[in-house]
Design a protein around this ligand. Structure first.
Ligand SMILES: Nc1ncnc2c1ncn2[C@@H]1O[C@H](COP(=O)(O)OP(=O)(O)OP(=O)(O)O)[C@@H](O)[C@H]1O
Length: 353
């Protein structure tokens, strides 16, 4: 298919997303990166090409092109015009009201129900990866996603697979490097509801990924439920945010929860579009205003154990029973874990944005 690249509409850690038009005049979005750096993209392309749901960004194909001396991998997708859920939160003054939260949650849950029924774990559900279209929310960015066996087919051994995502949205079993299956997306959904309700991180006093992982793995805490939410909304959250993945509700159960029944009076974004091009700075804007060192949690730790990322990780590894080796590569952090002297094949790929 011949197509022409238009203006840039978004940038991720590795990709530039542009609007594009085909010769026949169809408009779509094209996400491009250098072929040599396209490992996650190719995974995304393979997964996206198998999916078809109104609650998941639509697949339109892929191609490889040469731009000056650079070979580019291009992933073509449905153009979703109103930015991300984080843009919507900004647009509505920093947080969404409960009717909007239930509207978008309903669509994300239906998207997750569909994905999980096909054996896909998204692995990076968060506001930045939810796009807002004419009909509402669509799940996007499948760069971390993986296919696992469905409950009917049996379990895969996640110790063989890489697991990862964004620390603030990571379920306890993921942060510990144990497994990342369907319940991990449900935990991240709970975190995304808090993001919609507060405009901030589920762990608002912590900004460094290491501190967040430390808190998730070493405490028995849950993210704080926003006080202004109704009992129904809090009950819904309590079904998502359970530390034991086996106790979390499935997407199939959650679609029937009473919180999602009240969908009247929803303000749609269709005629009131978000025009600002979304950038990665949004996450920083929201979340970095509170320094973790100012929190009582860290103030009580007057020893030097948590002074640097490496020292914090040493502490984390002592608590978790694993030795952890961190590798900073661009904006991604890879954590490899060892159990006694046996190298575990699991590594945790962390989206640091
Ligand atoms: N289909 C689309 N339609 C409209 N805008 C899009 C579309 N896909 C992506 N975008 C915009 O481009 C931005 C970057 O896209 P995406 O998150 O998929 O890139 P990424 O490099 O995988 O991101 P990350 O940094 O999370 O890995 C999104 O936040 C969004 O604003």
């Amino acid at each position: 298919m011949e197509w022409t690249r238009g203006h840039t509409i978004g940038r991720g850690a590795t990709a530039t997303v542009s609007i594009a038009t085909s010769r026949s005049g169809n408009v779509f979005a094209v996400k491009s990166t250098e072929l040599s750096r396209s490992e996650f993209f190719q995974r995304e392309q393979k997964i996206l090409s198998t999916l078809n749901s109104p609650f998941v960004v639509g697949y339109r194909g892929y191609d490889i092109t040469q731009h000056h001396n650079t070979i580019m991998f291009n992933l073509m997708m449905e153009y979703v015009p109103f930015g991300t859920l984080v843009d919507a939160i900004h647009k509505y003054g920093g947080r969404l009201d409960e009717s909007m939260i239930s509207h978008y949650t309903s669509q994300i849950v239906q998207g997750l129900e569909y994905l999980h029924s096909t054996g896909i774990v998204h692995c990076d559900i968060k506001g930045r990866n939810i796009l807002i279209g004419e009909d509402g929310a669509k799940i996007s960015d499948f760069g971390c996603s993986k296919k696992v066996k469905t409950p009917v087919e049996g379990r895969t051994d996640d110790r063989e697979a890489s697991i990862g995502g964004t620390p603030a949205f990571m379920a306890p079993e993921v942060a510990r490097g144990e497994e990342q299956r369907f319940p991990a997306d449900i935990w991240a959904l709970g975190c995304t509801i808090i993001e919609m309700a507060t405009g901030g991180s589920p762990w608002p006093n912590l900004s460094h990924p290491t501190s967040i992982l430390y808190r998730i793995t070493s405490s028995h805490e849950l993210p704080e439920f926003p006080a202004f939410l109704s009992d129904k909304a809090k009950d819904f959250l309590s079904k998502c945010l359970r530390r034991d993945p086996n106790e979390r509700w499935t997407a199939k159960q959650l679609v029937k929860h009473p919180f999602l029944e009240e969908l009247s009076n929803v303000k749609k974004l269709t005629n009131d579009r978000v025009t600002r091009s979304p950038t990665s700075i949004l996450d920083r804007d929201i979340w970095s205003f509170i320094d973790e060192s100012e929190t009582p949690y860290n103030r009580s730790r007057t020893d030097s154990t948590l002074n640097s990322p490496n020292q914090r990780l040493k502490q984390l590894s002592m608590n978790s029973g694993f030795k952890v080796n961190w590798n900073l590569e661009d904006r991604w952090i890879t954590v490899r874990e060892w159990e006694d002297n046996n190298v575990r094949p699991v590594h945790l790929v962390i989206n640091d944005r």
